[in-house]
Unconditional design. Structure first.
Length: 123
């Protein structure tokens, strides 16, 4: 699948619950990433729906902001039922790739789609 045009400046990794401060030298793989054989990443526009679909049971998330240029050679853009997503193959996410992280919280009655929608930090 071809990459989106234009390419996003940043891609994001969603990490459930724990604040990653300080960020470990290498981010541990999630069970899903280990099972699938690649690291799942999202664009800013994909974050609200992805968090809502796959992380609704969590009330806190950390988002890691990664400049695509730092990992682009190992990223494949692949189609899923909900769009074209960045998948990082053959590499880990280390502290040097992440330029910023931010923690988000929601109440039990909130939805991630509403909490994260149009958050200025993502853009």
């Amino acid at each position: 699948m071809p990459a989106p045009i234009p390419l996003p400046e940043y891609v994001y990794k969603i990490v459930p619950e724990a604040s990653l401060d300080p960020l470990p030298s290498t981010l541990p793989l999630s069970a899903l990433d280990a099972k699938d054989g690649f690291i799942h990443l999202s664009t800013a526009d994909q974050i609200p729906a992805t968090a809502g679909r796959f992380f609704s049971q969590y009330n806190s998330l950390s988002l890691l902001k990664i400049p695509l240029a730092r990992i682009e050679k190992k990223v494949k853009w692949e189609e899923s039922s909900s769009g074209c997503f960045a998948h990082l193959y053959g590499a880990d996410i280390s502290r040097k790739e992440v330029v910023e992280s931010k923690d988000f919280k929601k109440k039990d009655t909130d939805e991630w789609t509403k909490v994260l929608e149009k958050d200025a930090w993502l853009y």
